[in-house]
Design a protein around this ligand. Structure first.
Ligand code: ADP
Length: 496
């Protein structure tokens, strides 16, 4: 008899809460989605309402389960926006402050103090992260530093901290379980990723009471059962990972060296490095990919701020295309960018440059330059920026990339994927399943309860849509990349 078991995969993202029912083939047989409100109390601050996050998650979960035989639902998997910070009251289960979203810069002054105290290297050594307001640690400190009543309650053990995974698990379990997973814990900037425990030194440095913190568990194991009243049956929650780690798992990057790039608004590259924790000397982040069955795998991570959003700028800023996907036809109307380079540093440059003051720059314009050349240069820029990060990963890890696995909205662009293969000199492999992030959570949950026997079984369920093979000669690759690097130099704020 065919295995008809299903996984409920919850994808709690920055802009929406989504639920998807996934079968053993990785096919989505039901989806529900609801937007969540973005609160901008001041310039640079971004907050969410944790109660709304839970309400929307509960609603979309109920919507996809509606009419489904609950006996078929083997498990729940969760993937979530990372680093976003929630504090709640253990007695009432209600949030005690607005959730501070990963993008929010409101705790940047606390990061500046860390740097001024000369502690930045200590944080990086222990957590693998370059201190930044993105990560949860300074967001917790910000909440407690600004409200002495809240601090007193935290010290009395009345409050709980969690990233979104913890918050949802607390709610799903009816307030019985306060836990997180290795991957989400590694984004708090409080977790010792080598010793695999909360760091007493860093908790003391930021004056954060240990009693706030969740227990840390594996990414693929039964973490709790849902409160039966919620969906009408107790269902095990057995897979959790933050969005990028979930995409890495969903893209089946199970062996060291396997690397994925998600092309969305920005791009996120993660290279799985196995049991080796590689400290970056090139300003990449070292993070936990997942911990499963007592074995932890690490990853190197690089974020590029502006990739898909550069295409949005062509549409909204320049008005040379009507829809994002039109960029492909416009760029394909010319054989190359005719010497034009576009460095889309529209909000500064991320990894490996980390130059917040860099600004967008177009070089190589001549009388013959057209909108088509700029469109082509934009696609090339997305590919070149990925190469910048991958070269840094290669140098840090000593691992040579065999192929690049891709996903995300802009990976649908065939020309972009071909240019990416040409720029890197390795094949680029695109899956049939596009929803890789949510699929990762489904795989993690399903592996824990036997829906998939093992990772090879998952790999076998994987369908390749298309592989793009490199076509440029080595010389061409080298000279075009040099052209890009020269353009980047001009975009950086401190020019040598
Ligand atoms: P996110 O998850 O970050 O919201 P998506 O994965 O939905 O993003 O991808 C949307 C981004 O990809 C947008 O920035 C859009 O401009 C870009 N995009 C969408 N389709 C294409 C395409 N065919 N070619 C290039 N960029 C595209």
């Amino acid at each position: 008899m065919a295995d008809n078991r299903l996984i409920l995969a919850i994808d709690q993202g920055t802009t929406s809460s989504r639920a998807m029912l996934v079968d053993r083939q990785g096919a989505a047989i039901g989806v529900a989605q609801q937007e969540i409100t973005q609160h901008f109390p001041r310039a640079g601050w971004v907050n969410h309402d944790a109660a709304e996050i839970w309400e929307t998650t509960r609603r979309v979960s109920r919507d996809v389960l509606d009419g489904v035989d609950l006996g078929r639902v083997a498990a729940i998997g969760i993937t979530n926006q990372r680093e976003t910070t929630v504090l709640w009251d253990r007695a009432t289960g209600e949030p005690v402050a607005p959730a501070i979203v990963w993008q929010s810069r409101q705790s940047a002054p606390i990061v500046a103090e860390i740097v001024a105290r000369g502690m930045a290297d200590t944080y990086q050594r222990i957590t693998g992260l370059v201190p930044d307001a993105y990560f949860s640690a300074t967001k917790i400190a910000w909440m407690l530093d600004r409200d002495s009543a809240l601090r007193n309650r935290a010290e009395a053990g009345e409050l709980a901290f969690g990233t979104i995974d913890s918050w949802l698990i607390w709610k799903l379990s009816g307030g019985h379980h306060h836990l997180t997973d290795f991957a989400n814990a590694s984004r708090t900037m409080l977790f010792d990723i080598r010793a695999l425990e909360w760091s007493s030194e860093l908790l003391a440095d930021l004056d954060i009471p240990r009693s706030l913190l969740p227990e840390v568990h594996g990414n693929s194991e039964v973490l709790c059962m849902t409160d039966a009243a919620l969906f009408g049956a107790e269902i095990p929650v057995s897979g959790v990972a933050g969005d990028q780690q979930s995409a890495l798992f969903g893209r089946a990057c199970f062996a060291p060296g396997e690397t994925k790039n998600t092309y969305g608004t920005g791009s996120f590259l993660l290279m799985q490095t196995g049991s080796k924790m590689i400290a970056s000397t090139r300003r990449l982040l070292t993070t936990i990919a997942w911990g499963i069955g007592g074995e932890v795998s690490y990853a190197l991570e690089g974020a590029i701020f502006v990739t898909g959003s550069a295409v949005q700028w062509l549409r909204d800023g320049l008005g040379i295309i009507r829809e994002a996907r039109d960029v492909e036809a416009l760029a394909a109307s010319v054989p190359d960018a005719n010497g034009v380079h576009f460095v889309p540093a529209l909000t500064g440059l991320g990894a490996p440059y980390w130059d917040a003051e860099a600004r967008g720059t177009i070089t190589g314009l001549t009388r013959g330059a057209t909108a088509a050349h700029i469109a082509r240069a934009t696609l090339e820029a997305i590919a070149f920026q990925s190469r910048d990060v991958l070269d840094a990963m290669r140098a840090d890890s000593g691992i040579t990339l065999a192929e690049l696995k891709v996903d995300g909205g802009a990976s649908r662009n065939d020309l972009l994927m071909q240019i990416q293969a040409d720029v890197l000199g390795v094949p680029v492999v695109r899956p049939k399943q596009v929803e890789t992030t949510v699929l990762g959570a489904a795989y993690l949950a399903g592996l824990a309860v036997g829906v998939w026997a093992d990772r090879e079984d998952v790999r076998d369920s994987w369908l390749v849509d298309r592989t793009f093979e490199p076509t440029w000669s080595e010389d061409e690759r080298a000279s075009r990349y040099q052209g890009w690097q020269a353009a980047v130099k001009r975009a950086l704020s401190s020019k040598e």
